[in-house]
Design a protein around this ligand. Sequence first.
Ligand SMILES: Cc1cc2nc3c(=O)[nH]c(=O)nc-3n(C[C@H](O)[C@H](O)[C@H](O)COP(=O)(O)OP(=O)(O)OC[C@H]3O[C@@H](n4cnc5c(N)ncnc54)[C@H](O)[C@@H]3O)c2cc1C
Length: 382
Amino acid sequence: MKLSEEHEQFRKAVRQVVENDINPHVDQWEDAKIFPAKQVFTKLAQIGALGLEYDPEFGGQGADHSYTLVLGEELGRIDCAGVPMAIAVQVGMATPALARFGTSELKKAYLEPAMRGEMVAAIGVSEPDAGSDVAGIRTKAVRDGDDWVITGRKMWITNGTQADWICLLARTSDEGGYAGMSQILVPTATPGFSVGRKIEKMGNWSSDTAELVFDEVRVPVSNTIGEVGRGFQQQMAQFQDERLIGAYMAVASMRKALDKTKDYLQQRDAFGKPLLANQYLQYRLAELYADVDVLEAFCRTCAQTYLDGGDVTRMATVAKLKAGRVQREVADACVQFHGGMGYAEEMWPARYFRDTRLTSIGGGADEVMLRVIALLEGMGKK
Ligand SMILES: Cc1cc2nc3c(=O)[nH]c(=O)nc-3n(C[C@H](O)[C@H](O)[C@H](O)COP(=O)(O)OP(=O)(O)OC[C@H]3O[C@@H](n4cnc5c(N)ncnc54)[C@H](O)[C@@H]3O)c2cc1C
């Protein structure tokens, strides 16, 4: 993919926000186990980063997917994974379906303010009893006149305590399995909605993850995103956006982690020479750089295919799988090569190790990605 001067200017603008408005506060936000989403989103909105591929009629930038690639690469340079994940939810997980399938009224009321950073969005798919198997969700929306009445629970919801609205996947008919689901936009100010609990996690501390409760939450049927009964299919399309931006961020974060580890090994001596003079350490880092190079090239090909209008189901699945796998290796090497300092909370590798473990679980576990690839290869049954 060829990036222009305009892409580089956008990259510079995102990097400035990351370096001036995000990274200096990350330690504090990680300790607080939450970050001020609207403050950060408003800064990103000022450079157009929250609505890159969306329609200018609703305040979007009307840019193409190559800018999302640049955004992901720069967000990967944030010094924790919680904040970039929350941003990725806002731009690539909770809003794509609304932008693609929502009515003008819904977009005006919810997409526009989300792109301005004035509203925080969340995506509500997973439940206490259904994560990998999305067809197992039980949250129900029952039609009553012109309203949906929603009852159920959603689990692991990123931005859950700060969200102004949720792109909710719910059952709208009694057909089981993949049929009879719809996406419904639920404002969190609606009576019957509550945050059940904020979940303590191994990593991504600055991101608020919550269990959400829907107790006869009444919203108009006109809050349906797209077609009634097509929620599962629409959500599967939205997962592609999520997997792509997640992989772009992972590549950049790994390159930064390897660079920092290389610098550390260069300045720390043992046995009368810099640690980096040991060929074993050089080769291990070289191998990991090679893995990152391959993944980066794959991601860019994937972005180009998306741009050309191709089906990226398989590529996005492979990118997500490999991003998780390689990140686990990179994070392990970073901890190992920092010795005791790799294990101490006062240096960055411990957080990197904790945070990156999520890539292989969130947004579809590695095994779910393998299942998709196996099915595409004609193995197994749907
Ligand atoms: C920090 C965090 C943030 C999240 N944010 C969101 C969010 O904003 N919105 C949202 O909807 N969800 C969110 N999730 C949920 C996430 O997408 C799920 O955790 C994930 O899809 C796995 O589902 P599960 O946890 O129910 O695991 P389970 O479905 O219980 O699976 C457990 C494990 O079983 C294995 N497994 C599952 N299926 C198969 C199979 N077919 N073959 C072989 N092995 C298998 C995998 O190893 C998997 O990890 C988040 C999760 C976390 C931890």
